[in-house]
Design a protein around this ligand. Structure first.
Ligand code: ADP
Length: 181
C-alpha cells in the first residue's frame, strides 16, 4: 500500500529491512550501540563490521545514544548509504513518558536524515519487539509523527517506507494509514 502526503510517498512493505534499496535505513538500536537482537542484529549482520566500527567511534565520542535520540553510521555492505540508529523506549505500561520518547525517535531520525541529504528512508516499527511497545499504539505514533514532519517542514525526503517484519504489524499499519488518508 502507498499514499502521498504532500510531496512524499509513504509506502508500507512487509519484509526484511536490510534488503531494501533506499538511501537510508533506520535501526532500532540500544543505548550501547554495540548491537543486539531483532532488527539491530540483522542490520549489523548484513552491514558487516564497518557499522560496528562507526558505532564504537560514536561511543568513544559521546558515550552511546540516549533514548529518543539518533546517530548515523555507514550502511556497510548493504545497499543503503547510511544507517540511522535510534533508541526506542522500553514499554513500561506508559508510566515512563514512553510516548514522548517514541515520538522523539521519529522526529530526530527524520531531522538527521534531512541533514544528511537522505531522499528515501526505510523505518522499522521501533520498540515493538524486544522493548514490547504495543504495536497499535506504536504504529499510530509512527504515522502521526511522520505526517506532522512532512506537513510542517519543506522536506526533501521523497520516500518513506514503513517496514513490518510480520503480517500482523503490516495489517496494523495498513489500517492506521487508511485512517489518516
Ligand atoms: P526493539 O528493541 O526496539 O523492540 P526489535 O528489533 O526487537 O527492537 O523490534 C523492532 C521491530 O523490528 C519489531 O516489530 C520486529 O518485528 C521488527 N524486525 C525484526 N527484524 C527485522 C528485520 N530484519 N526487518 C524489519 N523489521 C524487523
Amino acid at each position: 500500500m502507498e499514499v502521498m502526503i504532500d510531496k512524499t510517498l509513504i509506502q508500507l512493505v512487509q519484509g526484511d529491512i536490510t534488503k531494501l534499496e533506499v538511501d537510508a535505513i533506520v535501526n532500532a538500536a540500544n543505548t550501547s550501540l554495540m548491537g543486539g537482537g531483532g532488527v539491530d542484529g540483522a542490520i549489523h549482520k548484513a552491514g558487516g563490521k564497518a557499522i560496528l566500527e562507526d558505532c564504537i567511534k560514536i561511543r568513544n565520542q559521546r558515550g552511546g545514544c540516549a533514548v529518543g535520540e539518533a546517530v548515523i553510521t555507514t550502511g556497510g555492505n548493504m545497499k543503503c548509504r547510511i544507517v540511522i540508529h535510534t533508541v526506542g523506549p522500553v514499554w513500561n505500561s506508559g508510566a515512563n513518558n514512553e510516548e514522548e520518547k517514541l515520538r522523539n525517535c521519529y522526529k530526530n531520525t527524520l531531522t538527521l536524515a534531512e541533514y544528511n541529504q537522505v531522499t528515501s528512508v526505510a523505518i522499522p516499527s521501533i520498540s515493538t519487539g524486544i522493548y514490547k511497545y504495543p504495536k497499535e499504539l506504536a504504529a499510530g505514533i509512527a504515522l502521526n509523527e511522520i505526517s506532522k514532519y512532512i506537513v510542517n517542514t519543506s522536506t526533501r525526503i521523497n520516500k518513506i517506507v514503513f517496514v513490518s517484519f510480520d503480517e500482523v504489524n503490516y495489517e496494523i499499519y495498513k489500517n492506521k494509514l487508511k485512517g489518516i488518508c
